[in-house]
Design a protein around this ligand. Structure first.
Ligand SMILES: Nc1ncnc2c1ncn2[C@@H]1O[C@H](COP(=O)(O)OP(=O)(O)OP(=O)(O)O)[C@@H](O)[C@H]1O
Length: 578
């Protein structure tokens, strides 16, 4: 897993960093051992010349320790950042290929912003995996082993004791820390998500809670979740502190045991001092492994997700995007077509064998109950929603074109369109940044928005955001943006949502009078007399298709919907006039 994340190009840089790290820590060990030898030997008052080598050794080790630790930090961070930079590109490419409907028809799900965000966080966490898990593990084990070898050379029995201490502190404790951390992290994550959900309920539903006198009850629920989180975090902290304390105890006991064994074996004061202090430093050098194990447990799921993403992305077909690949230009008046299109989100099937042929200039309305698959169908036409079956633009699959050209040709007002916290002008002009004032005004007028804009004190410069607008204003602003983009195939998902019925019907009728191709999703049927074809979807399947009048004339789901709408409209009109 780690080798796949690092990639062969950066392996050498990491090996350098690990070598510098091992060198730095071995110098620290050497410094302790030579200083211990120097102090113990000096106590025996030998001639100064007998200490000369040790004095040079202490100085050299001190210099090497500082220098090599610096080199390790520098090369380690440099290597980790380079690995990260490579990984970002590889992950992005893999994400793009996985989400490209033309390349991967088996993994529908769309480019979900949350998923992308999580993937960014996952990739970032690889840096910690290298710097806080991989390098410390290599360095700690190298230094621990070197200390054991040195001790065995000086006194085999002391070496055996040190080896036991190192295995305890460097393997057993990290294993316990890792297991405890996994259980603790699970408890904390569950408690944190529970608190987030309950906290959001209180914040977002404040008005409803106040109206139904339920604020206290819901705040108490959130308090309970906060207390649970606190308990879970305290428990994790206790486990962590216990592991740290055990580490310190193992370090002290190992040094004492080495001292005892060395004395019992009748060793001289000098080797006893060297062995004891070496044991102290050697066990200390493996203590960070407990923290590395905890972090590894935290980071492993993210690393697995990144590895799986890199492994799962289909290879880029050379004919489509290889260097110099020639893509078809999108004609000015393209038709669109779906053949046997199927989209599934896990077990749930959103579209099931849908065929739809829309020659240029045709106006098609998609109707059906909530969840029937209408928005999914629009997503498939733009190429945003991966699908099985064929999605054709001017008779050729979408992957025969540049993705940007497809986006420019087939677009409009979709359900996930967003109003940015910016001026009205910036929001509308997003579709065509170079648009003239006249073009902006024309789009706003057609969307029924111009009157409102000119009535505002700051006009086009008025700052807006998703939350500041009424449903109807928001929809018209997004429609103005879609109209300014002026695509040959215009997709409209409930463009008149939030408007009063006469305005809504007028607006939709006007949209259906355009010269371009229009694919419209709507719950309102009255204006569909102006459509060439109405497609009735039910649970992802086409139930009926044909012109409005023909469908309304025969018994079936469309006539039921139409009669229900007429009844409702007549009733509303009656209530109003009465
Ligand atoms: N990103 C998604 N992940 C999982 N399921 C999804 C996703 N998007 C849509 N679905 C499911 O696919 C089905 C079709 O959804 P779609 O949004 O296309 O319906 P719709 O006809 O546009 O509904 P509405 O009229 O309520 O907007 C629904 O069952 C929905 O729950």
């Amino acid at each position: 897993m780690i080798a796949q994340l690092i990639g062969r190009r950066r392996l050498a840089a990491l090996v350098w960093a690990a070598t510098a790290g091992v060198g730095g820590e071995l110098s620290a060990l050497g410094l302790t051992a030579s200083a211990a030898w120097l102090i113990a030997r000096a106590g025996q008052q030998p001639p100064l010349s007998a200490l000369a080598l040790a004095i040079v050794g202490v100085r050299a080790f001190a210099l090497f320790r500082g220098g090599l630790r610096y080199v390790e930090r520098l090369t380690g961070h440099d290597a980790a950042l380079r690995v990260l930079a490579d990984l970002r590109v590889r992950a992005y490419e893999a994400l793009r290929r996985s989400a490209d409907p033309s390349l991967n028809e088996t993994a529908p799900g769309g480019r979900d912003a949350d998923l992308v965000q999580r993937m960014v966080a996952d990739v970032e966490s690889v840096q910690d995996l290298l710097l806080r898990c991989l390098l410390p593990t290599v360095v700690s084990w190298a230094v621990g082993s070197a200390a054991v070898v040195l001790s065995v050379v000086l006194l085999p029995a002391a070496g055996a004791v040190l080896a036991a201490g190192i295995v305890l502190a460097g393997a057993a404790l990290p294993a316990v820390a890792g297991l405890a951390s996994r259980a603790g992290a699970r408890r904390v994550a569950a408690a944190r998500s529970d608190l987030a959900v309950r906290g959001l309920d209180v914040a977002r539903g404040a008005t409803d809670l106040a109206a139904f006198d339920a604020t206290e009850r819901f705040v108490a629920r959130a308090d309970e979740a906060a207390a649970r989180l606190e308990r879970a975090e305290r428990r994790s902290a206790v486990v962590e502190a216990t592991v740290n304390a055990l580490g310190a105890a193992v370090q002290g006991l190992t040094a004492l045991a080495v001292l005892w064994v060395a004395r019992r074996q009748g060793a001289d004061a000098v080797p006893v001092t060297v062995l004891t202090l070496t044991a102290l430093v050697a066990v200390e050098s493996v203590l960070p492994l407990a923290d590395a194990a905890r972090r590894f447990v935290e980071l492993r799921p993210a690393a697995r997700r990144v590895t799986a993403l890199l492994a799962s992305a289909p290879p880029e077909p050379a004919t489509l995007s290889g260097r110099g690949a020639r893509r078809r230009p999108v004609p000015a008046r393209p038709g669109v077509e779906l053949v046997g299109v199927r989209v599934a989100y896990g077990e749930a099937v959103a579209l099931d064998g849908v065929d739809l042929r829309v020659p240029f200039g045709r106006k098609v309305a998609i109707v059906g109950a909530s969840g029937a698959g209408k928005s999914t169908l629009l997503g498939v036409l733009t190429g945003e929603t991966p699908a099985r079956g064929a999605v054709l633009l001017d008779g050729a699959p979408l992957d025969a074109y540049d993705a940007a050209d497809v986006r420019a040709a087939v677009r409009g007002l979709t359900q996930d369109a967003h109003v940015f916290a910016a001026s009205i002008r910036a929001n509308v002009a997003l579709a065509r940044p170079g648009a003239s004032a006249a073009e902006l005004e024309d789009a706003a007028r057609r969307a029924g928005l111009l009157g409102w804009i000119t009535s505002l004190p700051d006009g086009w410069a008025t700052l807006v955001a998703n939350d500041f607008l009424s449903g109807g204003q928001r929809q018209r602003l997004l429609l103005a943006r879609a109209l300014l983009a002026d695509p040959p195939v215009l997709l409209l998902d409930e463009p008149a949502e939030g408007l009063d019925l006469p305005t809504a019907d007028r607006l939709v009728t006007e949209m259906l009078g355009d010269e371009r191709t229009v694919v419209l999703v709507t719950h309102r049927l009255a204006p569909l007399k102006a459509a060439d074809e109405v497609v009735v979807l039910d649970r992802g399947r086409v139930l009926q298709r044909g012109p409005h009048d023909a469908l309304a004339a025969v018994a079936g789901p469309y006539r039921d919907l139409w009669e229900a709408e007429r009844l409702h409209t007549d009733h509303s009109a009656g209530v109003k006039t009465w």
